[in-house]
Design a protein around this ligand. Sequence first.
Ligand code: GLN
Length: 494
Amino acid sequence: MEAAVPEPRFRSLAAVRAALAAGRLTVEALVRHYLDRIAADNERLNVFVEVFSDEALAKARALDDRLAREGLEAVGRLCGMVLSVKDVLCLRDHQVTAASRILEGFHSLYTATALERLLAEDAIIIGRVNCDEFAMGSSTENSHYGPTRNAAEPERVPGGSSGGSAVAVQADMCLASIGSDTGGSVRQPAAFCGVVGLKPTYGRISRHGLLAYASSFDQIGTLTHTVADAALLLELMAGPDAYDATCSARPVPPFGESLKGEVPPARIAWFPEALDHPGLDARIRQQTTDYLERLRGQGHQLEPVSFELLEYVVPAYYVLTTAEASSNLSRYDGVRYGWRHPEARTVEEVYTRTRTEGFGAEVKRRIMLGAFVLSAGYYEAYYGRAQKVRRLIVERLQALFRDFDFVAMPASPVLPWRLGELQDDPVSMYLADIYTVLANLAGLPAIALPMGRVDGLPVGIQFMAAPFREMELLRFADSLNERGREGVSEGAME
Ligand code: GLN
């Protein structure tokens, strides 16, 4: 087997900043470290689709100058945060393609609000990373750039659709990554790669500059080693934005600073339908029940709560998201953005040949499915009913969160599969989303944390909370993610 990737040099921004403050590190040396890691492993793992080397180094040097002159107080809160971004987020004058041929050569005209806010705090974006085409998939195999590989075992998938983001963090090619989560695309790859994946409440972070897949589900999220870094990135990206009317005007708590302190005993629900599900790998079930038992031992209250709607979540999700996708993706017509079929002669040919050859198989499958469920004769039978299911789910969870703080379940029912294993079986791949789509259907915040390993492969536990309860969720998660917190201490620093 090929050499495993080394342990990350830094596991948290706090550790980076301590090293900067002590004069043991410069931002330039940090960026060079990540560039070296990318040079060493990107070819075999296929993580970055573009590296912004010169730009990142220039920024690093400018920051080092300011640090030398004025110290850490003079720089932004993210000085030392080296990020990668999923290829669905716009960064002005840089390419963005959603890992699709149809956007080949397209350059962003503006920067996504979330990224703008991170850059304003002196984060450095080191490159853009691979994902499933238009974020449709659970394995990062549906990419125009070819599949990304899991660094834990390169014959296996890293999960998806933010698989490039997960491996970039896992393989120490950056400190954190910004992804997007429509049905689990941050949490599931985080679980497959042994990192922390946070999907905030729908509307917490502006979607302006995020290429749309299913607009009433999409939310930007983070992949990090620590909960503290997820909290800080969330705090800085969140908050109202005139460019996104669905972005909440609620005040943003100081997530990044409020993790310390005692965590009160939590009331945690778990669904027997989820843990008894026939599709759940027995080893993951065992790990999960052991984990929940440990939580009980720590004084948290755990209770089984029946959730009969679980069998409807995947069908409802795929009806609604494909409907939204068929509408959102109609803008890629060969006229306005990116790639146009070079031999198309007539208007009709421009549309059909560009879309036929510009989109991959999975994206076309979803556009057709979405167009079908929205078509006049079937609208009520599929789209209308799925909307009703969504409403029932939302109401059921609202009632549940009156009595509980969190819902716990695995992030995925299966271990990372082998590359190609499910490529001809889309339905099996859809069913593997059973534990993650719920949070998107109901707009809830959810976090995936490393729970351990099965046969050397990472597995993740997931917690969901009521809308806008990120503070409670992050505090609780931070108290559990011991390995992540170690990264802040001096000993684990370099
Ligand atoms: N795997 C899910 C899907 O294929 C989720 C994708 C996502 O969250 N972007 O739709």
